[in-house]
Ligand binder design. Structure first.
Ligand SMILES: NC(=O)c1ccc[n+]([C@@H]2O[C@H](COP(=O)([O-])OP(=O)(O)OC[C@H]3O[C@@H](n4cnc5c(N)ncnc54)[C@H](OP(=O)(O)O)[C@@H]3O)[C@@H](O)[C@H]2O)c1
Length: 231
């Protein structure tokens, strides 16, 4: 019996790699993206006509989330993956110089959106058998690592960790697990060409770790192979 996963930011990078790996193994994917009909998703849709469900979604927009929820209807989801993310301007996020407008924009995508999407699609996850909501955070949000630089990005990932833990506790009784992951340093537009691992390596390992997770792992912060990361 194939599972159905919904992935945000499914059109490129880690989101696209997760989508491709799920389709390869025979699962169904609700591929949510600002433009789910172009580029790599268009090619995949031609190949996987029934298994890939394109869904238009700008995660920062209440209207877009409401329209996407209406379009998906009561479709059960086994797993929802909050993957869409933004880094912010590389040169304006030190302790001494921050672009506040960019900071706000990154918080819209990295912090508010995962909760907005999780709240909106929770009924679909509760209707599914997998009952998991995973958010792609980053170890750069870890407070214990004596962090310096990347203030905008780091603070957004610290904040999303807290937001999802509070959310996880609010729905603990509903038997839906809430999971936070660092995906590795991954060769994407965000991670750059010098990163440690390919999107495919990150995706297949993340999927294995999510498969093996349940309520015992709710509110955990782990890397792509399942090892705990300090908050
Ligand atoms: N790469 C790494 O080394 C690394 C390390 C740690 C954590 N992460 C996290 O992993 C996740 C994926 O990163 P990535 O490396 O794959 O990044 P990426 O290649 O830059 O892709 C970012 C994705 O997010 C989507 N997105 C951005 N704003 C959006 C919005 N308002 N609505 C809908 N989608 C939006 C983009 O869609 P568009 O194409 O429409 O812009 C794109 O699909 C992010 O949460 C990131 O913070 C990555």
């Amino acid at each position: 019996m194939p599972q159905t996963w919904m992935i945000t930011g499914a059109n490129r990078g880690i989101g696209l790699a997760i989508t491709m790996e799920l389709l390869r193994r025979g699962d169904h994917v609700v591929a949510a993206a600002r433009n789910p009909w172009g580029g790599a998703l268009a090619e995949l849709a031609a190949e996987h006509t029934s298994a890939l469900i394109p869904l238009e979604l700008d995660v920062t927009s209440n209207e877009s989330v409401a329209a996407a929820k209406a379009a998906l209807g009561d479709q059960p989801l086994d797993v929802l993956v909050n993957n869409a993310g933004l880094y912010g301007p590389r040169d304006k996020q030190t302790g001494l110089s921050v672009d506040f407008d960019a900071w706000r924009e990154v918080f819209e995508v990295n912090v508010y959106a995962p909760l907005r999407v999780a709240q909106a699609f929770l009924p679909n996850v509760e209707a599914g058998a997998g009952r998991k909501i995973a958010t792609i955070s980053s170890r750069m949000g870890s407070l214990g690592s004596n962090p310096s630089g990347s203030l905008i990005y780091r603070s957004s990932k610290t904040a999303v960790n807290m937001a999802m833990v509070v959310f996880g506790n609010a729905i603990r009784e509903r038997d839906v697990s809430v999971l936070l992951f660092h995906p590795g340093w991954v060769q994407t537009d965000m991670g750059g060409g010098a990163a440690d691992i390919t999107p495919a390596e990150s995706a297949s390992s993340l999927i294995r770790t999510i498969d093996a997770s349940g309520m015992a792992e709710t509110n955990s912060f782990r890397n792509w192979t399942g090892e705990a990361i300090p908050w």
